[in-house]
Design a protein around this ligand. Structure first.
Ligand code: MRU
Length: 347
């Protein structure tokens, strides 16, 4: 997998500015805690696992300026305020803080960088492993068909949302390497259109795909044009209820109605054993501007915005899919029954 959304440098990290995709693939160098925090807030970096890794490097960069106990706690608090729903952020911050608190301040900067590198490498390894588990399922499903397997996904849970491989798209990429014919239905994912990121990275990887308006998903399922739905997750509660980008729930409902299996793919850093059910997952409310203003290119190929509405808007960025609608959850450890996710991970 060639696409690397976050590359550690000697004294900074280099990330792809996702607010400029799919039109321009621009890189940003983040060398300070505050730059990492702002990149997460503005969604220049986004996707649960990538947010977690960026936060880990944010702590490591902060320790290079001031490695005191107070600076460590301030860095954790600053990053924890950036985005509320993806638990990978809090997982990474807790991992960094737990690792660094016993380390003497003189040694903290080096220890922090090593730990952030481990978070980064661990995410790539976890995603590849869950991709291999998922690809076995895709291979089985494809073997019964005389045409390519049709997978539907929502938002971007590909390489761009992680340190590599992606979550929902990792099984697709592994299947592609194994020569299994897969086509992807990519839903646009209003209001921020992360589906365009998915289409961009599938095009880069040479995976056949088709972009659809979110509202077309039920129609395609009813016509028998979808074999399986796979999405990522921002937080999986202890009972298997799963928060993901808003619109995921509607896809799960439609998939249930049409007997289509609906899977979640996520590393275990997305499982929140302290969160009993989906009702306890904080759902990010984002700016009305995201619903009211469209961004794209004008006829001259220049970046342009278009206001389509000025009235009242609500913009919940995530929704919760109840465990009962989820056929299974892939993690790096294999396939789990949603309602038993926590006990199966403890074994
Ligand atoms: O608001 P975003 O773009 O950060 O939301 C991303 C998603 O909802 C993804 O589906 C989720 O983080 C899984 S990423 C592998």
């Amino acid at each position: 997998m060639k696409l690397a959304p976050l590359t550690p440098l000697d004294d900074a990290i280099c990330v792809i500015d996702q607010t400029r995709l799919p039109f321009t693939c621009a890189k940003l160098t983040l060398a300070k805690l505050e730059a990492c925090a702002q990149a997460i807030e503005t969604m220049q970096v986004r996707g649960a696992p990538l947010i977690g890794a960026t936060a880990a490097f944010g702590i490591a960069l902060a320790m290079r300026t001031d490695a005191s106990d107070a600076a460590l706690e301030q860095a954790v608090a600053r990053l924890a305020r950036t985005r509320p729903t993806a638990v990978n952020l809090h997982w990474a911050l807790a991992r960094m803080a737990t690792h660094l608190r016993p380390v003497p301040p003189a040694l903290r900067a080096a220890a922090a960088w090593t730990e952030a590198l481990a978070v980064h490498a661990g995410d790539i390894a976890a995603n590849l492993a869950l991709g291999q588990h998922g690809a076995r399922l895709l291979s089985q499903a494809a073997s019964t068909l005389a045409r390519p397997l049709r997978v539907m996904t929502h938002c971007n849970a590909g390489a761009l949302a992680t340190c590599g491989w992606g979550t929902a798209l990792a099984p697709v990429y592994v299947a592609q390497q194994q020569g299994i014919a897969v086509e992807v239905w990519v839903s646009e994912t209003r209001p921020r259109n992360q589906g365009l990121l998915t289409a961009w990275e599938l095009a880069e990887a040479g995976v056949p795909h088709t972009l659809i308006a979110d509202n077309a998903a039920g129609h395609l399922m009813r016509q028998g044009l979808v074999d399986i739905v796979i999405t990522g997750a921002d937080r999986i509660a202890a009972n298997g209820d799963t928060a993901n980008k808003v619109g995921t729930y509607l896809k799960a409902l439609a998939a249930r109605e049409h007997g289509i299996p609906f899977y979640i793919a996520a590393p275990t850093s997305t499982v929140d054993a302290h969160c009993p059910t989906g009702d306890a997952i904080p759902i990010e409310a984002r700016s009305a501007d995201e619903v009211q203003v469209l961004h794209g290119l004008d006829d001259a190929g220049q970046a342009a915005s278009l206001r389509i509405f000025s009235g009242a808007c609500a913009n919940p960025a995530f929704d919760v899919t109840p465990a009962a609608l989820i056929t299974g959850i892939f993690t790096e450890h294999g396939l789990h029954t949603p309602a038993r996710i926590t006990e199966s991970l403890q074994r």
